[in-house]
Design a protein around this ligand. Structure first.
Ligand code: SAM
Length: 259
């Protein structure tokens, strides 16, 4: 765990965003591309109306906000979290509209389009900025993920965090148990992550990832007391294997903490 924490000290948010959230991986003209696939999974999950309430916590937000775009209509407040101060600063920069912040506008426009509610993208952008009330430090390897005591969240979301911050499967399972304590019984958890990945790059940093299969994710969710609603897998096409990681695919899962 200490070695994982140390390797993250070299994590470069700008390089990470460039590798994963710019073309070719962010190609909005093709629904077969990984970024539109993730955005559609999230838009469809929220459009059911099953996920709503006062507080949504995003576990390991990193320097990204795409994972919160469809959520912001359904919660009064959204809490973003990350282990690294450098990532929390990037998020603060976006909330405050600082010049030089990553341009998420193509993402916001795309999500407005797939949601099909006719919402102007600038309205969604402003709404998310207002709902992102807190950006907190987190460590998924601590009890309660090291967050200050808070009433349990109505829902959790987490994208590419648990497997990317865990050295092995037992610590991935423990991390899931730690974050689950933040969720109220009956609350929903949306998780997106890497399938069978062993590393990714973010500038000078080479981060180790615990390779997980569909069965590993399902078993960890069951052990943490979740009922599975949906599991989808995306196979990374050769054109998106661009040397920044060895990911085989991406999973999306919707689970509910049992009462
Ligand atoms: N959620 C973003 C996304 O969808 O692209 C970022 C995912 S990035 C692959 C993994 C994130 O996990 C990084 O932002 C990193 O700082 C964070 N992280 C690393 N160790 C962590 C820990 N012990 N607890 C919580 N987050 C951690």
């Amino acid at each position: 765990m200490a070695a994982v924490g140390k390797s993250y000290q070299k994590f470069n948010p700008r390089a990470y965003l460039q590798n994963n959230y710019m073309p070719p991986r962010a190609n909005f003209t093709s629904e077969d591309c990984v970024v539109p696939w993730k955005l559609r999974c999230l838009a469809e999950a929220f459009s059911t109306g099953e996920l709503h309430g006062r507080t949504l916590i995003d576990i390991g937000s990193g320097p990204t906000i795409y994972q919160l775009l469809s959520a912001c209509d359904y919660f009064e407040e959204i809490i973003a979290t990350d282990y690294l101060e450098v990532n929390r600063e990037v998020l603060q920069g976006w909330v405050h509209g600082e010049s030089g912040a990553f341009d998420w506008s193509p993402y916001i426009q795309h999500v407005c389009q797939i949601e099909g509610k006719g919402e102007p993208w600038q309205v969604k952008e402003q709404k998310l900025r207002e709902k992102l009330k807190k950006i907190l430090p987190i460590d998924i390897h601590q009890p309660n993920a090291g967050l200050p005591a808070h009433r349990p969240a109505d829902a959790l979301i987490s994208t590419f965090c648990l497997e990317a911050a865990s050295p092995d499967l037992p610590s991935f399972q423990r991390a899931l148990r730690n974050v689950t304590t933040l969720l109220k019984p009956g609350g929903h958890f949306l998780m997106i992550g890497a399938l069978e990945e062993s590393f990714y790059l973010a500038g000078e940093a080479k981060l180790s990832v615990v390779p997980v299969t569909e069965e590993d994710v399902k078993e960890a969710l069951a052990k943490s007391g979740y009922r599975l609603h949906a599991f989808r897998a995306y196979i990374m096409p050769p054109s998106l294997k661009i040397g920044v990681d060895d990911v085989r695919g991406v999973f999306f899962t919707h689970a509910q903490k049992k009462l």
